[in-house]
Design a protein around this ligand. Structure first.
Ligand SMILES: [Zn+2]
Length: 196
């Protein structure tokens, strides 16, 4: 049909959950009905890829070397909360009970999907947690099988280095993803966190 159209369809297929049919529908839609939107999408992608990096301290998305949260002087630097995603961090922030800092894994261990320790930046986490200021690492990965396995792995790894590690309490339901749990429950789980 058109080389450029094929290229666009291929590119759209890189989005999670998008197969050949829906990629083609999206491409047709953009070119037929929303050229302005298509141009905006292309600019936004270009700009984000260029500007967005990972915070040198907590690994979350940031446009500066160190993100605003990590630079916030009002935070308790002795507490480091490990979460899977920026969305999970946001959930914990919304509970207003946690005043420490974060480390964002940007994923979870998932051997079946080929996601190992390197893919979730555990080297960076070790360096961060062992800075001599962090006194307790709070594991707030999800209560799914993979989240639990990730918490266990990190716990063993950090305890082997003499660090104090705790886990969110079981207020969060089994299989629960923080993103979908209400703030009150997460707040309770944070207050009731237990040593691992
Ligand atoms: Zn940061």
């Amino acid at each position: 049909m058109s080389k450029s159209l094929d290229f666009l369809t291929e590119a759209l297929r890189r989005l999670p959950g998008v197969g050949p049919k829906s990629a083609q529908r999206m491409a047709f839609h953009l070119l037929q009905h929303d050229r302005e939107g298509a141009a905006m999408l292309s600019r936004a992608l270009y700009q984000a890829v260029d500007a967005v990096h990972h915070c040198a301290m907590c690994n979350t998305f940031a446009e500066t070397e160190v993100c605003d949260t990590c630079l916030d002087e009002a935070r308790d630097k002795a507490l480091l909360c490990v979460v899977e995603t920026p969305a999970d961090q946001l959930m914990i922030e919304q509970t207003l009970t946690y005043k420490g800092l974060y480390f964002v894994l940007m994923g979870r261990l998932s051997p079946l999907d080929g996601i190992g320790p390197k893919d979730i930046h555990l080297d960076k986490l070790i360096n961060r947690a062992a800075d001599g200021v962090v006194g307790e690492v709070v594991l707030a990965t999800n209560f799914t099988n993979e989240g639990e396995a990730t918490a266990h792995y990190i716990s063993e790894m950090l305890k082997a280095r003499g660090l104090k590690v705790s886990r969110l309490a079981r207020g969060v339901p089994v299989g629960g993803e923080l993103e979908y749990v209400d703030a009150g429950t997460i707040a309770r789980a944070m207050l009731d966190r237990r040593a691992t």
